[in-house]
Design a protein around this ligand. Structure first.
Ligand code: DGL
Length: 265
């Protein structure tokens, strides 16, 4: 009989973004097995219709179920906004989603604008309106979609002049001195934390939901008695991508190493 504890955790995103979530999960649960699926062929999701994104999510989750997973992480704020309810209705394993970390940003003492960097879809969907109603009512919140950044990351660029220029362009019209915090509401943007920090300066808080998501995943697995209890010598990971070429797998590995190096163990 298959012991569900030893099944893998499926993690997916429209492309490379979810690799930053995978890194957090590996940091917290190094003994687990992981299957990562990047849908780079169909990226970016943020400019598609919610219906189209839902269909893509179902296709990926069916693939995970076929492989045999004990939980799925939708490591994409956009896909979560579009599809999380349908996915939870369809599959009877834990499905963990992501949303922009608005709550911690509104709890900060510092006064000023809260800039939420996320895709257009995330910012327009019901889930974000509900978050705004709950936490954002009396706050000065700026919605900032930055699709160009996703494109650069998908082509493997996460640092340097092109990123610096695009980050600056994204913030065009926003007085950075009036910003208290920046919420990274798209998993792709996590790779750019240092560049965004360099642009925004040390006074601005930069907040993301990756660590919280990994912790939530661990709590859910623990509560369901699904945490793996066998120690591994090396990371157990399979990477798949809808763009069927080796370059994209190499890029995924490169970004995973980049992310793991930035996380303190
Ligand atoms: N990584 C995705 C997110 O967290 C979005 C990127 C895309 O537009 O595909 O929302």
């Amino acid at each position: 009989m298959v012991d569900n504890k030893n099944l893998a955790i499926g993690i997916f995103d429209s492309g490379m973004g979810g690799i930053s979530v995978l890194a957090q999960a590996i940091k917290l649960m190094p003994n687990e097995r992981y299957i990562y699926f990047g849908d780079s062929k169909n990226a970016p999701y943020g400019i598609k219709s919610p219906e189209a994104v839902r269909e893509l999510c179902i296709y990926i989750c069916d693939f995970f179920i076929e492989k045999g997973v004990k939980a799925i992480v939708v490591a994409c704020n956009t896909a979560t906004s579009a599809a999380i309810r349908d996915l939870r209705d369809r599959y009877d394993i834990p499905i963990i989603g992501m949303e922009p970390a608005l709550k911690p940003a509104t709890e900060l003492e510092s006064k000023g604008k809260i800039v939420v960097m996320a895709t257009d879809m995330t910012l327009k969907e019901k889930k974000f309106s509900a978050l705004m109603n709950k936490y954002g009512k009396e706050k000065d919140i700026v919605r900032l979609p930055c699709p160009k950044l996703v494109e650069l990351i998908e082509s493997g660029i996460v640092e340097g002049e092109a990123i610096e220029k695009s980050v600056k362009e994204c913030f065009d019209g926003i007085d950075i001195d009036k910003v208290a915090s920046i919420v990274l509401g798209c998993t792709h943007y996590i790779f750019l934390k240092d560049s965004i920090r360099a642009f925004a300066g040390d006074k601005v808080q930069i907040i993301d939901g990756n660590e919280g998501t990994a912790r939530h995943l661990k709590d859910v697995l623990r509560n369901k008695k699904l945490l793996k209890n066998i120690e591994e010598d090396e990371i157990q990971l399979y990477i798949y991508n809808s763009k069927k070429d080796n370059e994209i797998i190499e890029l995924s590995k490169k970004l995973l190493t980049f992310s793991l190096e930035k996380l303190e163990f």
